[in-house]
Design a protein around this ligand. Structure first.
Ligand SMILES: O=C(O)CCC(=O)C(=O)O
Ligand SMILES: [Fe+2]
Length: 310
């Protein structure tokens, strides 16, 4: 292990925002989750909260068991908060982590050429979640069940074997103080290494709890068992921004093309547009009129777009 990483003790770590991204990646491979202190400024978190507050205040009650009735959500955040988009979804540390785990490379014969295709990750879902007093814990789950991920039981991470193991990476940014008492995310360290076909359900006694100040982040492999915790307070609201990114050829959890009105998407910065799905997944996923879908947002440029091999 490189020297910098040797300084980390056992257990889930809290690293500063300027920690080397290689350390964040290594800790995720070891533990399945890592906290990053002060990744987003309080001012940017407050702005993002202001941007989605009305949607959240008016959320409908969830009827099933996945969320308690006390939890209110604001989905479609890319359409609500440019500040959230820039400071969280496009956060350089989170992007580097997602690029590392979720870039897919394959080699294929194409006539007499042996060609490499590189599919880059893109946005999966963007939701704010506020657990009100009395809200009960979610069932422990893996968010990669959305992508039908089937996992073998392994002892530890192996870069070569596990290059395609993960289908998604999540980041929860605290929009309020987050504690075990007010519903901090509960998660089982190391459970990203578990197989899909274990005979027993995940044991809540193995959980650790997110404990964060506003602006801290918890980055988690989607294969890690977790869930929102119980809010046992009488007067605290636990607020987080939840962002997931997935592989470029998998279906998005939240359909960004329909969740964010096109005229709103058209006003976002181009790198955000591309990351939300207005881009090709190499070699050929996501085309419109057989060219890159970005031209839907830039019709003038589309008129001169050329058909090209993939
Ligand atoms: O609220 C949380 O802490 C986690 C939420 C979650 O895991 C989910 O909605 O899938
Ligand atoms: Fe989840």
């Amino acid at each position: 292990m490189p020297a910098a990483r040797a300084t980390y003790g056992e257990g889930v770590q809290k690293v500063p925002a300027d920690a080397p991204v290689e350390d964040v990646i290594a800790l995720l491979k070891r533990d399945g989750g890592v906290f990053i202190k002060g990744l987003v400024s309080e001012a940017d978190v407050d702005q993002a909260y202001d941007d989605c507050r009305e949607r959240m205040d008016n959320d409908k009650v969830w009827e099933g068991k996945f969320f308690p009735k006390e939890t209110q959500r604001a989905p479609g955040l890319l359409g609500l908060s440019p500040t959230y988009a820039r400071t969280q979804v496009m956060n350089p540390v989170y992007r580097a982590v997602c690029d590392h785990f979720l870039t897919t490379r394959t080699w294929n014969w194409w006539g007499d050429e042996f060609k490499e295709s590189v599919s880059k990750p893109y946005v999966h879902s963007c939701t704010a979640m506020r657990i009100g007093p009395g809200g009960k814990a979610q069932p422990l789950h893996r968010d990669d069940y959305i992508g039908h991920n089937i996992l073998a039981e392994v002892d530890s991470w192996d870069d070569e074997r596990d290059v395609n193991r993960e289908t998604a990476i999540g980041m929860f940014v605290a929009g309020s103080t987050v504690t075990k008492a007010n519903g901090g995310t509960q998660f089982i360290p190391g459970s990203h290494l578990w197989g899909s076909h274990r005979k027993t359900p995940p044991d809540v006694n193995l959980c650790e709890y997110a404990d964060m100040e506003k602006g801290d982040a918890f980055i988690m492999l989607a294969s890690c068992f977790h869930g929102g915790g119980t809010n046992s307070t009488t007067d605290e609201y636990r607020m987080i921004f939840s962002t997931f990114v997935t592989r470029g050829y998998l279906r998005q959890e939240e359909n960004q093309f329909l969740a964010v009105p096109q005229e709103v998407a058209g006003k976002l910065d181009r790198d955000i547009q591309e990351y939300m799905g207005y881009s090709l997944s190499d070699p050929a996923c996501g085309t419109v009129e057989q060219v890159d879908p970005i031209y839907v947002l830039y019709p003038d440029q589309g008129a001169v777009a050329k058909y090209q091999d993939f």
